[in-house]
Design a protein. Structure first.
Length: 213
């Protein structure tokens, strides 16, 4: 899935090395280790993030028969961040999180939050969901935006809101909300114009992953 296993031992201490494209990741085993409580993370910078995301998705599907979007292991959506990086998150069976990203510019600072209602909601909800792993906080922001009766999002904004809402609902094991958001998003996706589909390309990919999960 990641690359080639170049070293593995069980005794005297569990240890393994995997390698791909000159990058080596080293893993060691711990007794009574709880993968769900792991906070281990590393950032891998690449110049081929789209290709790597596709390779990981294919590897996961081959290994598990589906693309896992929650639990362990799992893969997150490929998206453009507010700090100039196009990235995705991959969490392995041991709970180790790999942030794999490709810089889009030389400014690593977060962009200011948009002022427009729905762009702002997406901005903050995505930060909570993916940077702070606060799915509940993201869900509250998204529910307020989706329940706004005074303003209406564009079709692309609505799709993004629904896909992210389904994503965080899955992380919270709220299957009813996830199913409802996915059904709405899938129906909306069928009505998008070609221009809107191109603008929502990453979100449509994530929608397919969530529907297949």
């Amino acid at each position: 899935m990641w690359g080639q296993v170049t070293f593995q031992q069980r005794r005297p201490n569990p240890y393994a090395v995997v390698e791909r494209g000159g990058i080596q990741l080293h893993f060691f085993g711990m007794k009574q280790y709880d993968p769900t409580a792991s906070y281990s993370m590393c950032y891998v910078r690449t110049d081929a993030v789209d290709e790597l995301h596709a390779a990981f998705r294919a590897g996961l599907k081959a290994a598990y028969g589906r693309i896992p979007t929650r639990g362990l292991p799992r893969i997150g959506p490929l998206k453009d961040t507010t700090y100039g990086v196009r990235q995705f998150l991959l969490t392995d069976p041991g709970g180790n999180c790999l942030r794999i990203g490709q810089p889009a510019n030389d400014d690593p600072h977060h962009r200011a939050a948009p002022k427009e209602t729905f762009a702002r909601a997406l901005h903050h909800a995505a930060l909570l969901a993916d940077s702070k792993e606060d799915a509940a906080g993201a869900a509250r922001i998204l529910d307020r935006a989706l329940g706004n009766e005074d303003e209406h999002p564009t079709p692309v904004q609505l799709l993004r809101l629904l896909v992210l809402r389904a994503d965080v609902a899955g992380r919270l094991t709220d299957q009813r909300t996830a199913a409802s958001a996915l059904a709405r998003a899938n129906a909306l996706a069928l009505a998008l114009t070609e221009e809107e589909r191109e603008a929502a390309r990453d979100d449509l990919t994530r929608l397919r992953e969530l529907l297949e999960a």
